[in-house]
Design a protein around this ligand. Structure first.
Ligand code: FES
Ligand SMILES: [Fe+2]
Length: 358
């Protein structure tokens, strides 16, 4: 039996996550099964979806599920990419084919996953059953971003509502994926150490000197949402602030960015130049892939050479996360305390983990 982890609801009394959570494989496996398996995952934006059939692997180092997105006019569906006959993978490449045909024994499905024909099966009784169609996987659109969930137990509707309310004015339809500004990193740290670093602005003045020149840190706000966190802060220079129209929250303030985190591993960062999406993918208990996807607004570009450039800030964050990964292995560290002023996002995250795995 794994020891249950308890994080006090009252942040001013609570102790942080014990180090064994990050170090023991059992907790890692439990996180994949009880958290990632039940989560909503960002897949792609609809403008990047060029074909009617788009195969992909969901979190290939952990959940590792072969799936397909299909597009029928303006409707999007997510289907299993495994043939219900003997389990062959169906699609390897993007295509605009009208149907999905299994390469093994020629069974054919439409883009909704319904079986259309099955060679050699005309003498089979009770055929086809519902299970001879492709399984449909829940899909959700947030503006032009597609999310899917294998088992949608982690409700993100409060987060999507907050984004819709606060950023209803944001030019989502002018966002286009910029591959040249996007990046992937692999770091030798537990996935949740990376996430918890994202969930506080407390370290900014110590770790990110360049960013510290751009933002008004004493205005930093953290708002917890059901299965999410929103952080935002004012811009110092004002010129790089979001231009929020009247009628929306914070319209007369120079907000530098809205940082949304969706439990457990998706970050949507809204800037005046566009959105950066960070996807934190567990590889093993001390290896994590970080995918940075850049979505500039038409005519704008992700800034690349200031002290606050995302690459520089990212490097600084990764270095500090690596130092924590080493530190938690010490015999002289088990768990710490929270700053009740600056670490409510981290506290919320740790409580969400415990609720899911206990
Ligand atoms: S495995 Fe697909 S038709 Fe046999
Ligand atoms: Fe940081």
């Amino acid at each position: 039996m794994l020891e249950k982890i308890f994080i006090d609801k009252n942040i001013s009394l609570a102790q942080t996550m014990p180090s064994y959570f990050y170090l023991k494989s059992e907790y890692y496996d439990l996180s994949i099964e009880k958290i990632f398996n039940n989560s909503w995952q960002f897949i792609i934006d609809i403008n990047s979806l060029k074909s009617k059939i788009h195969p992909f692997t969901l979190l290939n180092h952990s959940l590792n599920q072969p799936l397909i997105l299909t597009k029928i006019d303006d409707e999007f569906l997510c289907l299993s990419n495994v043939c219900p006959h003997r389990g062959s993978l169906l699609c390897q490449n993007e295509t605009n084919a009208r149907n999905i045909r299994c390469q093994y024994h020629g069974r054919v499905f439409d883009l909704k996953g319904r079986m259309l024909s099955a060679p050699g099966f005309n003498k089979v009784e009770n055929f086809p059953l519902e299970s001879d169609n492709l399984t449909q996987i829940p899909l959700k659109k947030l503006k032009n971003f597609i999310f899917i969930s294998l088992n949608p137990k982690i409700d993100i509707s409060e987060i999507t509502k907050d984004i819709n309310d606060r950023l209803g004015w944001y030019p989502f339809n002018q966002l286009n994926f910029d591959n040249s500004a996007s990046n992937e990193y692999i770091i030798d740290a537990h996935w949740s150490l990376y996430c918890e670093n994202y969930l506080e602005g407390f370290h900014v003045s110590f770790v990110h000197k360049g960013l510290n020149d751009d933002i008004e840190l004493d205005t930093y706000k953290t708002k917890t949402l059901e299965n999410g966190v929103l952080q935002y802060t004012l811009s110092k220079t004002k010129k790089d602030a979001l231009k929020i129209p009247n009628g929306f929250l914070n319209s007369n303030e120079d907000i530098y960015a809205y940082y949304y985190w969706i439990f457990p591993n998706i970050m949507l960062n809204f800037y005046n130049w566009g959105i950066s999406v960070n996807i934190i993918e567990p590889i093993n208990k001390e290896k994590t892939k970080i995918r940075f996807l850049s979505y500039p607004i038409n005519g704008k570009k992700q800034p690349s050479n200031s002290g606050a450039s995302l690459d520089k800030v990212e490097k600084e964050d990764q270095d500090i996360v690596l130092s924590v990964q080493k530190g938690i292995k010490s015999k002289f560290y088990n768990r710490g305390r929270y700053s009740s002023q600056h670490e409510i996002g981290v506290h919320h995250f740790h409580r969400l983990i415990c609720k899911a795995i206990n």
